[in-house]
Design a protein around this ligand. Structure first.
Ligand code: NCD
Ligand code: ZN
Ligand code: ZN
Length: 346
């Protein structure tokens, strides 16, 4: 097979940032994706429908000429988000989901939720609205090891949450463990998950053996090989609960190559090629289209994209870095490596 043509994919978990960083990153996603769920963890975060509408306008204004990307906006849930804001978000027509960051769990999560019990009325309104809750599923308790934080979240937070709000749709974002894959598979149709390219292609040795590789550091952190295999099994299983969400999370090169480096992998420039590599390694290229282009739209109740993209089989080398904000550079996932699939020019 020398080429595969698929329905144009969507990215159901994407960080574009703002200002100059937004201008530097949005074109990479637009070249590949039809739509993207835009993460709200700006500083300050996007907590109201009005802020989401304004951010959407900035994204559209930052798009390079000749490419399109439909931003699907999200609200950042806080301890004090009122139920009325959920209704305003739904009525806006541009907000498609609400994002839960446990306070302190990840980049720009300081304004996140400290105790979900405080959000019960708002979560009831969310369940009523039909919009999903997108969760960064890690506990932040100091006594829980960083490699165990996702599994602990499932038991301590998510299971009780779904019991309290059985009508709530939940997307477990960027899942990294066998426990999370099993949890999603066993849950009702209201629970789904996104999976990143790094968690399908890399394990924690790839980050830590033979030298520390800061560009592979993200949250939730890369796990053991058995978890990577469980994720591959889940996304190639034929289950419609798993879909593409790159979690492409740009940080300037100097902020990653630092004594206290930021979490986040910038995968947008070659996202589809990276996923294709993972699916091909698993002997499941025929399952790529459902994961990348069907399952997410179906879960969100949106039409699948009408146009297609083509991946061609040819070796090409990923750039060492790309231009980023303020004259700085950004290092993409797989920098300098050779991939065997390339998205054909649109
Ligand atoms: N994934 C990451 O490591 N970082 C993300 C935040 C997030 O998705 O948790 C970021 O905004 O940089
Ligand atoms: Zn996250
Ligand atoms: Zn993210």
């Amino acid at each position: 097979m020398d080429a595969i043509t698929l329905t144009r994919p969507d990215d159901w978990h994407l960080h574009l940032r703002d200002g100059a960083a937004l201008e530097a990153t949005v074109g990479h996603s637009a070249a590949q994706m039809g739509r993207a769920i835009i993460m709200p963890n700006l500083t300050p975060p996007v907590t109201t429908a009005a802020q989401a509408e304004a951010y959407r306008e900035r994204i559209l204004a930052a798009l390079p000429a000749g490419v399109a990307l439909e931003p699907l906006m999200t609200l950042y849930l806080t301890d004090t988000t009122p139920p009325e804001e959920i209704e305003r978000a739904r009525q806006s027509g541009v907000v498609k989901a609400v994002k839960l960051y446990p306070a302190g769990a990840t980049t720009n999560s300081a304004s996140g939720v400290t105790d979900l019990a405080r959000c019960d009325n708002t979560l009831a309104a969310l369940a009523e609205s039909g919009m999903p809750l997108l969760v960064h599923g890690e506990v932040t308790d100091a006594d829980v090891d960083i490699f165990d934080r996702e599994a602990a979240f499932l038991e301590r937070v998510l299971e009780p949450l779904l019991k309290r709000h059985p009508g709530l749709s939940v997307v477990c974002e960027h899942i990294t463990t066998a426990q999370a894959a099993d949890f999603v598979l066993a849950a009702g149709d209201n629970v789904a998950a996104t999976v990143t390219p790094q968690h399908l292609l890399l394990n924690r040795n790839d980050m830590l053996v033979g030298g520390i590789r800061p560009h592979r550091y993200c949250l939730p952190i890369l796990k053991r090989e058995r978890h990577r295999r469980a994720l591959i099994k889940a996304v190639t299983s034929g289950s419609r609960k798993f879909f593409l969400g790159t979690d492409s999370a740009p940080h300037a090169q100097g902020d990653k190559e630092s004594a206290c480096g930021c979490a986040g992998v910038f995968s947008a420039p070659a996202a589809l090629e990276l996923y294709a590599t993972a699916f091909e390694q698993a002997g499941a290229l025929d399952r790529l289209e459902a994961f990348a282009s069907h399952n997410g739209a179906d879960f969100y109740g949106l039409a699948r994209n009408a146009d297609t993209v083509t991946l061609e089989r040819r070796d090409w080398q990923l750039p060492e870095s790309h231009a980023y904000a303020d004259g700085r550079r950004i290092v993409p996932m797989g920098a300098g490596e050779t991939l065997g699939w390339k998205l054909a020019a649109g």
